[in-house]
Design a protein around this ligand. Structure first.
Ligand SMILES: O=C(O)CCC(=O)C(=O)O
Length: 315
């Protein structure tokens, strides 16, 4: 929840006490870095060790058998998808769904031929803006059904570990974009299995116990729109409610403005091709990538999740 200035002042001593709690949570539950598992445990063991304590880990052999790992070159994707229209997020600076000046700004959602998007990623064509396929509405099944057979549409042992095998409730998303595309710090209510197919994803993570030190402020929502000359305007939605969002860049935090963030301790990890990050619900994440990185994510609503839809405006 975003607080006013007076509430913020009043909460400061409470936050200081909570710093002790966050330190204890870290000492008791988390290691300095995100642990690697090089073999799959049983679903029950995975539930006990990782899901129940809400701890992230990187699993090295979970997706090595997926045909996508060998097949999904940009040339292959071009050949399969051709000029089919797909939704691409376009921003001037690589930040979609992020604070810009006094607004929470969402990307321009452009429907463009996939081959034209690849021309940009492969630098055959230079356009203003940063382009990222990043739509979280099961776009792999919805917009890229030609690719679904190259991945496992459900990971049965994980569904069992998460208790969703009887009632599968997940979104299957496809991500591909430029290295300048960055996902700003946020958290989601669902469990996330983040599978990297090619390239690398760089995650900065905060456990939920760091929440007291992570600032939220209220912003009017807006959307980027590219003009004919290639510049961007910000279209403000005057009728929509303000959105609570994190104004802080965890890679370069303004500690003068947000001094409490000094109590938070991020974990950083790189997830490489063939690896899967188990990103538990409510963990804050900030994500960067190598150029042309391709990923597939399972966003899984469990009994504990409030919603499986992308609930960005949350706090
Ligand atoms: O890969 C990214 O850029 C962001 C991923 C993310 O935020 C998510 O899966 O919830």
């Amino acid at each position: 929840m975003a607080e006013t200035g007076a509430e913020e002042e009043a909460l400061r001593p409470v936050r200081r006490c909570l710093a002790g709690f966050a330190t204890e949570a870290r000492e008791l539950c988390f290691t300095e870095s995100v642990p690697y598992l090089n073999s799959l445990s049983s679903p029950l063991e995975f539930f006990r060790e990782w899901v129940c304590p809400n701890k992230p880990c990187i699993i090295q052999n979970a997706i090595s058998h997926w045909p996508a790992l060998k097949k999904w070159t940009l040339a292959y994707l071009r050949d399969i998808m051709k000029s089919k229209l797909v939704s691409v997020a376009v921003t001037p600076n690589g930040y979609a769904d992020a604070v810009y000046q006094e607004w929470f700004v969402m990307p321009e959602e452009r429907h463009m031929p996939f081959s034209a998007f690849l021309d940009i990623v492969e630098k055959k064509v230079t356009l203003p803006g940063v382009f990222y396929v990043q739509k979280q509405c099961s776009n792999l099944t919805g917009e890229f059904p030609e690719l679904v057979d190259d991945v496992e549409p459900e990971i049965p042992w994980m569904s069992e570990a998460l208790g969703t095998s009887l009632n599968p409730n997940f979104l299957l998303n496809f991500w591909l974009g430029e290295s300048t595309a960055v996902t700003s710090l946020h958290k989601d209510h669902y469990e996330n299995l983040y599978c990297v197919i090619s390239g690398e994803k760089h995650f900065l993570l905060h456990p939920p116990s760091d929440r007291p030190f992570i600032p939220y402020e209220m912003y009017p929502p807006a959307t980027y729109h590219m003009l004919e000359d290639g510049s961007f305007e910000v279209l403000i939605d005057k009728t929509a409610e303000k959105v609570p969002w994190i104004p802080l860049d965890p890679l370069n935090p303004d500690l003068e403005r947000y001094p409490d963030y000094a109590w938070a301790k991020p974990l950083q990890c790189t997830v490489k091709a063939g690896e899967m990050l188990y990103l538990p619900s409510l963990w804050f994440h900030h994500v960067r990538q190598s150029h042309g990185c391709i990923s597939v994510t399972f966003e899984i609503g469990t009994a504990l999740s409030v919603s499986v839809t992308k609930s960005k405006p949350e706090h």
